[in-house]
Design a protein around this ligand. Structure first.
Ligand code: GLC
Length: 440
């Protein structure tokens, strides 16, 4: 065994999530869900959404606002009432643009400016006829929800720092902005999390859907609690599972966490989401170089945080050439590591794979935890709806998730379908707005 393969074997051991650990995490996750629902201390917020699943018969033309990061989308969506959805208009816009000299995401911008900007964009795409349009708003940040259209932002995540929004009712902020702009023909009906949107979109067509998740830049899941203690009926619960904190951290995770914006927070998200996977790989590779297990000059850019993106990991994982040319290109372009041997390039690819596999297996363990709660014997079929770039684009990720479910349930895993809910985050807002009347 070479020195590098010996060290790699050690890293593999630290990152591996064997079937027994999957089940252990699922058990712990289930216990954290129970505690969170009962209002006891838990790293899972278990936020009520005040919405259940749609019937598929909801119809109408609905405006959807999808706000989950610096890129906001406004869509005009037609629900046909037979499970079909048409997007008749959509536009994406940036909340910060250096060239145009604005940034509504910094602490020097106010919530009023932010929502006035969004309201202005709504006016640009909604036709001003004598018709009125219900509006659904996907707001993908942790919120205390008091009703389907009342959500109070607990705290910003994902680097957004706009002043005067935390602790405020986001529904009112948008409503006030629409009034200031005299957009009376659009009336907000619902605010949801993006995981909820993903679940609703899949459930509109497939009534076995009871888990929704985002595996993208961020990570989070929601599920349908069959009898919610607040309402005594089925209700979707946004778990904010990216904050689940009971999974062991390796020294690489600890290093990432310590240098992050909010150390200690969003621990599962830091081990699983697209925002961080590249950085975990960078930390591992730079420790290999620093300890002399891999070649590399001290002057290379390997010490620069976030210098490899998750898209680069996808490029690495898709490289099946004999010379691993794409892996070499990524190492050279991101880190100036231009002189790696084939063995070292293979090691880089192995590290990327180990980090991606761990992410998928940890996420799958949390879904197993949800199923342990809602249907431990798997008596019914279940669909888990997922949206996000990691799930959609990372080579192998969907298979790693499916493999993990097999490891937990064996043949029973056939009853669990994991499926892409494309654009579910935005479309779900429209479905939520259209569902409001039938649910209440
Ligand atoms: C972050 C947010 C959460 C959202 C997820 C995916 O984890 O806290 O609300 O669902 O990102 O966008």
């Amino acid at each position: 065994m070479t020195d590098l393969s010996r060290v790699l074997a050690g890293i593999e051991e630290q990152l591996s999530v064997p079937a027994s650990l999957l089940k252990e995490i699922a058990d712990q996750f289930q216990a954290a869900m129970t505690a969170g629902l009962a209002g006891k201390p838990s790293s899972l917020k278990m936020l009520p959404s005040y919405i259940g699943v749609p019937t598929g018969r909801e119809q109408g033309t609905v405006v959807a606002v999808d706000f989950g990061g610096t890129n906001v989308r406004v869509l005009l969506i037609i629900l046909t009432g037979d499970g079909q959805v048409h997007i008749s208009n959509r536009r994406s816009f940036l909340l910060k643009d250096k060239r145009k000299n604005y940034d509504f995401t910094t602490a020097s911008a106010s919530g009023m400016q932010l929502f006035d900007f969004i309201a202005g964009k709504i006016a640009e795409i909604v036709p001003t006829t004598d018709k009125t349009y219900p509006l659904g708003h996907t707001f993908s940040f942790p919120c205390h929800q008091y009703d389907i259209n009342e959500a109070e932002l607990i705290s910003w995540t994902k680097e957004i720092k706009t002043a005067g929004v935390e602790g405020q009712n986001v529904g009112q902020l948008l409503q006030a902005a629409l009034e200031r702009k005299e957009i009376a023909y659009v009336y907000p009906q619902a605010i949801i999390n993006d995981t909820t949107g993903t679940l609703l979109t899949a459930a509109y067509r497939d009534n076995a859907t009871d888990i929704g998740a985002i595996c993208g830049t961020g990570h989070n899941s929601c599920y349908l609690e069959p009898v919610h203690p607040l309402t005594n009926k089925p209700m979707i619960v946004n778990m904010e599972s990216g904050n689940f904190s009971q999974i062991m951290q390796t020294k690489y995770d600890l290093c990432l966490d310590q240098d992050s914006e909010k150390p200690g927070a969003q621990r599962l998200e830091k081990q699983t989401s697209g925002q961080y996977l590249g950085e975990i790989v960078r930390i591992i590779v730079s420790s290999l170089v620093a300890d002399g297990h891999m070649a590399g000059e001290p002057a290379n850019t390997l010490h620069l945080p976030y210098s490899v993106r998750t898209e680069d990991l996808s490029t690495i994982l898709a490289d099946h050439t004999a010379g691993l040319e794409a892996v070499a290109e990524v190492a050279a372009a991101c880190w100036n590591l231009g002189n790696l041997t084939l063995g070292e390039l293979a090691a880089l690819k192995t590290i990327a794979r180990l980090v991606a596999v761990r992410s998928a297996r940890l996420v799958a363990a949390t879904w197993a935890g949800v199923l342990y709660r809602i249907d431990p014997e798997l008596n019914r079929t279940h669909t888990i709806a997922v949206d996000g770039s990691l799930y959609e684009k990372m080579p192998g990720y969907a298979e790693y998730l499916a493999q993990a479910m097999n490891d937990v349930w064996g043949i029973g895993a056939k009853k669990v379908t994991i499926r892409l809910s494309k654009d579910g985050s935005g479309i779900g807002a429209a479905i939520a707005a259209a569902t409001v009347y039938s649910w209440q």
